[in-house]
Ligand binder design. Sequence first.
Ligand code: FE
Ligand code: FE
Ligand code: FE
Length: 193
Amino acid sequence: MPFGAAKSQAGAIAAAEASSGGLTMAKTKTLDDLFLDTLKDIYFAEKQILKALPKMARAAQSEEGKSGFLHHRDETQGQIERLEQVFEFLGKPARGKTCEAIQGIIAEGEEIIEEYNGSDALDAGLISSAQAVEHYEIARYGTLIAWANQLGLKDAVALLEANLAEEVATDEKLTALAGSQANVKAMGTASAK
Ligand code: FE
Ligand code: FE
Ligand code: FE
């Protein structure tokens, strides 16, 4: 083989290695990695939600809203414990991974609290924020349950389904609360009278 050809071949291999960089790593990743990363995502999210719910309860004007947020705060504590059991089944330390989505959703909720403070529309806004949180959780748990089933992690499926059921029930309660009170109140005293 001419020297030049050998040299260009070596160059091509080096270039291929350089360009693949992270891709070489990514090729070794599997559904196990996706499952663990997503578990860390929802674990981080639940902990943020645990801190946000008392603030939402304090901000809510209606008694039903306040007690609803506090009730879900207690449920969230239990959900975090279930997630810790899932980590334990996997033999991995319970560790969160920053979820920018939940940070954004919670930031929007804080914006509602600031901008609608003292107005008739506050509770309707708070409910809308809470439902954005619940829907994020429902999306995450739906995916995690499908992956846990695929991976044959039966114990994890049961724990994740318990969390999902609480999120779905919370979402339904929020819909009912909005429809029975908050949305009507949000129309304003001028139109209500
Ligand atoms: Fe939750
Ligand atoms: Fe996330
Ligand atoms: Fe929730």
